[in-house]
Design a protein around this ligand. Structure first.
Ligand code: BGC
Length: 757
């Protein structure tokens, strides 16, 4: 009994530290400050602006920012990059506004600040929480050195539809893995003390269900049952809240017919009352105003709706700033509602230590010392290598020998502008390492590299125009496609092996970058086919921000290495893996469909009443023209070595609600290389009060095994691993029979049965 009480105490006090709740000193300080504030000044705190001249991430840029800051009409800024500029803005607030309340400075540091790491989807394929946390830590160190203290990350939206471009920004399809990643990132950004000058407040986004946009079209409607929401889509947000994330961003989409930004059930009942969130909620970019287009009323109406729903800060749209006082006079909002939102913003500033020292994050000398150092680049290179997934390796074509002639072909083979990936707003692509340079760095003098572009990323100039909004990503060559192709084929014919670096431009994924066709663009498909025809062994290095449908390329290529968009050190990391300096260990955090018609696709599906095997006859739940199974399942990824799994042993075949079961399996490295394997545990609840998925990830361990070495891996399964939200939305475990699976991916598993009594 004593022990239980102690544990409860420790948990409560941890999240209390993280969020600084019940801090009497803070409460008194803020109450005293708020006594001095006019209603206008309180409303001013709820206003988040982006001054332009920096990074613009939406359609509108704020105007008259300096004046508004001095008048006390601004709570924070984002999109200001550079400590010198931040200092100027902070000076306006603390020297020239009446109450000298410091500004909070935010930014989108999604996968690194200046040292850019792989896109988040790639990072999640490492299944390595230490390196994910470390990438967030480095991002926070660099960003805070440049004056920032608030990060619009992690993005934890579950995404199962590869058409949606923002699948690139999250951790894939699975709530369990997604939750682990969410926690790792919050810890990496916030550390254990927000007042330190190298930690920053995280902002979990986009709350909620943004990844379930209908038809994979960005910003589109979502609609789902509560049971699905609670079991499959909400866990990563909740995990971030439980880890003490300081802020939440509401999403653009509607939920149950009410946009998230004005959804009281979401922002107050669920987030605050059920989950106990104590931080503040910021809207997404103009998402308050956008409720008008959603059909919720004029700006005053939607701004009042948002405030009453529990939104605290209005990003860019100035609906709060321009209408709240009127709404107060007309009794459409209360002074308590304004006070509450204002208090939460001030609390965030207090937690960051800005009232003690508004210049806490501002040190003009720091950037040169802390940003993009040899050490951060080294770590980025290692982390990137961990995020690649080897999809195919016929005849052990990889790793490449460090001798002979390589034809390095493809529009992404000697490119810098696409290495960083989407949402690298503060990164500089000119500092990134192209694949050709990386190969030259790693291969050594005995390798002869012949390079040709071979094809454009796409020949479609309209697509190029849409993709090139932030600079040229798709560069349509002056030469004709045939000229480029012939040059490439001539080199291929002179080589021992062809390495084709192909795929998507970085801005073909990310925000407002949905695609209905998720294949490699036609220009490159042609190139790949022609290269395969030369009969030379073909290695595909596949860059993309989403799972692509590559059934044909999978037939044509000997090896396929999925490298996503790998960041500043892309080229070096890719070369490290191609030449075997690092043995790939990534596993897919998202299923790769055979074709776009299969999406949304995910391993943890429910059985229908007519579950099908792919060769089923009529009247089964399947397609006439494609299998049900993905091309590459969730959890899948090869290594240069091979692993074998022994049978699972259970220490017990039945457990009571207060007991555990331990499942053990011996994994052996049966190949020639040392390597790492992600051992995955899945569970199926065979019969429940509601239907249950055919498999759910419930644990994983990434282990290192030397060639020939074996290790016993144990998983302890407790009742919490068997719980789910039932139709009353109660988190329960139900007695009955379960299946437990262990394997190196979600498809190829060993299994055992057990009972919960
Ligand atoms: C995106 C957010 C981002 C915000 C600020 C929006 O368009 O949806 O993810 O944090 O802009 O840049």
């Amino acid at each position: 009994m004593k022990k239980i009480i102690l544990i409860v105490f420790v948990v409560v006090s941890f999240s209390a530290i993280a969020q600084n709740v019940n801090d009497p000193k803070m409460n008194t300080f803020i109450s005293n400050l708020m006594k001095k504030m006019t209603v206008d000044e309180k409303i001013g705190q709820l206003n988040l602006l982006t001054p332009g001249g920096g990074i613009v991430t939406g359609a509108v840029v704020s105007s008259d920012v300096e004046k508004k800051i001095k008048e006390g009409n601004v709570g924070g800024l984002f999109g200001v990059i550079g400590v010198d500029k931040i200092k100027v803005a902070q000076d306006f607030a603390v020297n020239q506004s009446r109450l000298k309340i410091p500004l909070i400075f935010g930014s989108d540091i999604i996968h690194g600040y200046k040292t850019i790491f792989p896109i988040p989807l790639a990072l999640s394929c490492s299944w390595d929480m230490k390196i994910i946390e470390q990438s967030a830590r480095i991002a926070a160190v660099e960003a805070t050195a440049d004056g920032l203290c608030w990060n619009f990350s992690p993005m934890v939206d579950i995404a199962r539809d590869a058409r949606w471009g923002r699948i690139a920004e999250g951790a894939g399809e699975d709530p369990y893995l997604g939750s682990q990643v969410a926690v790792a990132m919050v810890k990496g950004y916030q550390g254990n003390d927000l007042t330190k000058d190298n930690t920053m407040m995280a902002c979990v986004k986009h709350f909620a269900l943004y990844g379930a946009a209908e038809a994979g079209r960005d910003y589109n409607t979502t609609d789902m049952s509560r049971v699905k929401m609670y079991n499959e889509y909400l866990p990563p947000y909740k995990a971030a809240i439980d880890a003490g994330v300081g802020s939440v961003m509401s999403s653009f989409n509607e939920i149950d017919g009410i946009p998230a930004t004005g959804n009281k059930w979401l922002l107050s009942d669920l987030l605050r009352k059920q989950w106990g969130f104590k931080g503040f909620v910021v809207s997404d970019y103009t998402s308050v105003n956008e409720m008008t287009a959603h059909g919720m009323g004029d700006l005053q109406t939607v701004s009042a709706l948002a405030l009453r729903a529990g939104l605290d800060m209005d990003m860019v749209g100035e609906g709060f700033l321009t209408t709240t006082k009127k709404s107060l006079q007309e009794k459409k909002v209360t002074v308590q509602e304004i006070d509450q939102a204002c208090r939460r913003i001030l609390e965030a500033k207090y937690k960051l230590g800005l009232f003690d020292n508004p210049y806490r994050y501002i040190d003009i000398n720091k950037p040169a010392k802390e940003i993009l150092t040899a050490q951060t680049r080294k770590e980025a290179r290692e982390i990137a290598a961990h995020s690649f997934v080897l999809l195919k390796n016929y005849n052990q074509m990889l790793p490449l020998k460090k001798s002979g002639t390589i034809a390095l072909i493809g529009p992404l083979a000697n490119d810098q502008s696409n290495m960083l990936g989407t949402w690298a707003v503060s990164g500089d692509s000119k500092l990134s390492v192209p694949v050709m340079e990386g190969i030259k760095n790693v291969a050594g003098a005995n390798v002869n590299v012949l390079y040709a572009k071979g094809a454009n990323i796409s020949d479609d100039s309209l697509l190029a125009k849409k993709v090139n909004v932030f600079g040229t990503r798709i560069d349509i060559d002056k030469r004709t496609p045939d000229e480029m192709l012939n040059e490439a084929l001539a080199l291929a014919n002179k080589s021992d092996v062809v390495v084709a670096v192909v795929g998507e431009a970085s801005e073909m994924s990310g925000e407002a970058a949905s695609r209905t066709d998720i294949t490699i663009p036609e220009s490159q498909k042609k190139l790949i086919k022609a290269l395969a025809k030369t009969g030379k062994p073909l290695v595909l290095v596949l860059m993309s921000g989403r799972p692509l449908a590559i059934p044909e390329e999978n037939q044509l290529a000997a090896s396929i290495l999925q490298v996503w968009h790998a960041g500043t050190e892309a080229g070096n990391a890719i070369a490290d893996v191609l030449f075997g300096n690092y043995n790939p260990s990534g596993k897919l955090s998202v299923s790769f469909p055979v074709n776009v018609g299969q999406v949304p696709i995910y391993y943890s599906q429910k059985n229908t009443g007519r579950p099908s095997s792919d060769d089923s006859p009529k009247f089964q739940s399947n397609y006439l023209d494609a299998p049900n199974a993905p091309l590459f399942p969730f959890g899948y990824g090869l290594s240069y070595t091979s692993f074998s799994y022994g049978d699972i042993s259970l220490n017990n075949t039945s457990m009571k609600m207060n007991e555990n079961i331990t499942a053990s399996v011996t994994v052996t490295n049966t190949g020639k290389y040392d390597g790492e394997e992600v051992v995955q545990l899945y569970i199926r609840d065979l019969a429940g009060s509601i239907t249950r998925p055919v498999k759910e990830l419930k644990g994983f361990q990434k282990i290192k095994l030397k060639a020939g070495e074996s290790k016993k891996v144990n998983f302890k399964i407790g009742v919490n691993d068997l719980k789910f939200y039932n139709s009353d939305l109660k988190f329960v475990a139900e007695s009955g029979e379960f299946k437990l699976f262990i394997g190196g991916n979600s498809r190829d598993v060993k299994e055992k049965d057990f009972k919960l009594q």
